[in-house]
Design a protein around this ligand. Structure first.
Ligand SMILES: Cc1ncc(C[n+]2csc(CCOP(=O)(O)OP(=O)(O)O)c2C)c(N)n1
Length: 380
């Protein structure tokens, strides 16, 4: 028993260092002296990270940089406004803000083929919809439970869909989107439509059993799926190190032969560069990829969380030194964008968000009859 434990630790160490490792055999000799000869299969598990390390940041044109900046700022201002409307009682139920995590959705989704690829996520979903260019008005109307909302006001903050954009929610059950994402990927493969699925989930969800059942099936069936763990450091009030035996989440697919990538989710250019590598791999029919996006949420888990499990200083440190929007703003300034232009962009985005809020407030609530629609599918 002890010997087996020693061997397991040895194997783990070898896998995590950059040593190619051959498939273990059961003989004692091999156990005490693992074969270190180069193995293509083992190398493949690390090849995407190696590829990512070669060119960590995407070389964006000025126009693309500005586009990323505007999208991230739109998410930030939208979420700030949603927070205000919640405080005024105009948004009810649960509401999870994406402030701090903007670079993840913007960097990844900018590399997708909209309308061909599919996206699925959890309840912290406003940013993912905005990153897909969905109109802020219909998202805000959904948050406020109005007829004009993207799910006719019946889904609310956590359950928003746009089949037109192949955006499949918005799920309140932690981790549920992971097997559903594998289903979407299966459909891409079955229909041979060339699409891939991007399935987001959190560090907390990453400890669920259904995630690993999905990894197994996705790898076994070579599904076109990118699993994205948005590691924002906390699952509600529980810090990653208190809940997770393995905190390097990108390694969690190794047992299923799913290559992992470790990405700075606070840098939109790094996220985009990593997306290029991961998506190309999946599109080439080489099976699933697991990406860990290291990020941070500035607000509480949801609007009702006073976030007493962490210090103000910790949050301030991230805001001051790691903010994805400030990082890009600085780079835009270095490329010659002047302060006034950037201020004008912010002003225009604030106006757009204010319009969305007005639209939402002035839209009627759904008719009572709507209670009976969209409950069962007619045909499929
Ligand atoms: C199956 C299930 N268990 C528990 C909950 C309650 N719950 C809601 S969010 C959450 C934490 C999830 O954290 P994480 O996956 O890290 O995502 P994050 O909120 O950080 O984006 C929990 C336990 C739930 N909604 N569903």
């Amino acid at each position: 028993m002890l010997k087996r434990r020693v061997r397991t630790v040895l194997v783990q160490q070898l896998q995590y260092e950059d040593v190619p490792l051959a498939k273990p055999t059961r003989t004692r000799k091999a156990a005490s002296k693992p074969d270190l000869s180069q193995s293509d299969a083992e190398f493949a598990l690390r090849s995407l990270q190696a590829e990512h390390e070669k060119a960590k940041r995407y070389s964006a044109s000025d126009e693309q940089m500005l586009g990323f900046y505007e999208q991230m700022l739109l998410i930030r201002r939208f979420e700030e406004k949603a927070g205000q409307l919640y405080g005024l009682g105009l948004i009810g139920g649960f509401c999870h803000l994406y402030i701090g995590q903007e670079a993840v959705a913007v960097g990844l989704q900018s590399a997708l083929a909209e309308g061909k690829d599919s996206v699925i996520t959890g309840y912290r979903d406003h940013g993912h919809m905005l990153a897909y260019g969905i109109d802020p008005k219909v998202i805000m109307a959904e948050l406020t439970g109005r007829q004009a909302g993207i799910s006719k006001g019946k889904g609310g903050s956590m359950h928003m869909f746009s089949t037109e954009h192949k955006f499949y929610g918005g799920h309140g059950i932690v981790g549920a989107q992971v097997p559903l994402g594998a289903g979407l990927a299966f459909a891409h493969k079955y229909r041979d439509d060339g699409g891939i699925c991007l399935a987001y989930f959190g560090d907390g969800a990453a400890n669920q059993g259904q995630v690993y059942e999905t990894f197994n099936m996705a790898a076994l069936w070579n599904l076109p799926i990118v699993f994205v763990i948005e590691n924002n450091g906390y699952a509600m009030g529980t810090a990653v190190k208190r809940s997770s035996a393995e905190t390097e989440f990108y390694r969690r697919g190794t047992a299923f032969r799913i290559p992992g990538m470790d990405v700075n989710g606070m840098d939109v250019l790094e996220v985009r560069a990593a997306a290029e590598v991961a998506f190309a791999h999946v599109r080439e029919g080489k099976g699933p990829v697991l990406m860990e996006l290291n990020t941070y949420r500035y607000r509480g888990h949801s609007m009702s969380d006073p976030a007493k499990y962490r210090s103000r200083e910790e949050v301030q440190e991230q805001r001051d030194h790691n903010d994805p929007i400030e990082r890009l703003k600085k780079e835009l300034a270095e490329r010659g964008k002047n302060e006034d232009d950037l201020k004008a962009i912010d002003k225009a985005i604030r106006a757009k968000v204010a319009d969305a809020a007005d639209f939402a407030e002035n839209s009627p609530e759904p008719d009572a009859d709507e209670l009976y629609t969209d409950v069962l599918v007619g045909s499929y």
